[in-house]
Design a protein around this ligand. Structure first.
Ligand SMILES: Cc1cc2nc3c(=O)[nH]c(=O)nc-3n(C[C@H](O)[C@H](O)[C@H](O)COP(=O)(O)O)c2cc1C
Length: 200
């Protein structure tokens, strides 16, 4: 699985998604944009830097994350595995996805590894899950979501629900990460299934 972290608010959605995939023994190929790095640091603190991500994830989400493995690619390296359709990466989530990266994917720009890897997912008809975060949204931004959806991506907005009665920010992140794992084809227990009644 490829995970891309870009510079939209909601870095906690990315770390929760990463931890849940790793705890399931998944090999993750990770790319973080420059602003993605900044948001990781600004929203989650000094310890959440990309070069110390595994210790951060283990401390926050538990040692179970060590069941999986991570390869970190530079966003500037368009010669990385993810840049080719011949690489066996079966799906990708861009979480959170900035409006800038959304626009680039919508128009097939492929200017960096995140954009190129997303383009590869679309051309190979593999799962691409885009988790945009912005509010309000301009007409061009909404049109870019439609363009990506028409090309085969799933648009999964960073919109946590409240019917699970969340008590913490981590509860909200669990909900979003669960939605992302489902979209990528993984079972999970990040939130209880809907029973028909709030609070049951
Ligand atoms: C603190 C902070 C919060 C931001 N939040 C958002 C956001 O929620 N959505 C968004 O589209 N851009 C947001 N931005 C702007 C993007 O980071 C900026 O457009 C950047 O160029 C995106 O580049 P990237 O897609 O390569 O990460 C934010 C920037 C900062 C510094």
């Amino acid at each position: 699985m490829a995970i891309a972290i870009t510079g939209a608010s909601g870095a906690i959605y990315a770390t929760r998604t990463l931890a849940a995939l790793l705890a399931r023994g998944v090999h993750v190929e990770l790319v973080v944009s420059d602003y993605g790095k900044r948001l990781l640091h600004d929203e989650l603190g000094e310890a959440a830097s990309v070069d110390r991500l595994m210790p951060f994830l283990a401390a926050k989400y538990g040692e179970a994350v060590n069941a999986g493995s991570v390869t970190i690619h530079s966003n500037r390296d368009q010669g990385a595995t993810l840049a080719s359709g011949s690489h066996g990466c079966s799906g990708m989530a861009i979480v959170p996805c900035s409006m800038k990266t959304l626009a680039a994917v919508a128009h097939g720009l492929s200017r960096n590894l995140i954009e190129r890897a997303a383009d590869v997912m679309l051309k190979e008809h593999r799962r691409l899950v885009i988790v945009p975060r912005e509010t309000p949204m301009s007409l061009p931004q909404r049109r870019n979501m439609v363009r990506c959806a028409e090309a085969g991506a799933m648009i999964l907005p960073a919109m946590p629900a409240f019917y699970q009665l969340p008590k913490t920010l981590d509860d909200l992140a669990d909900f979003m990460a669960g939605k992302i794992l489902s979209a990528l084809g993984f079972e999970h227990d990040l939130y209880p299934p809907w029973t028909g009644q709030v609070g049951e």
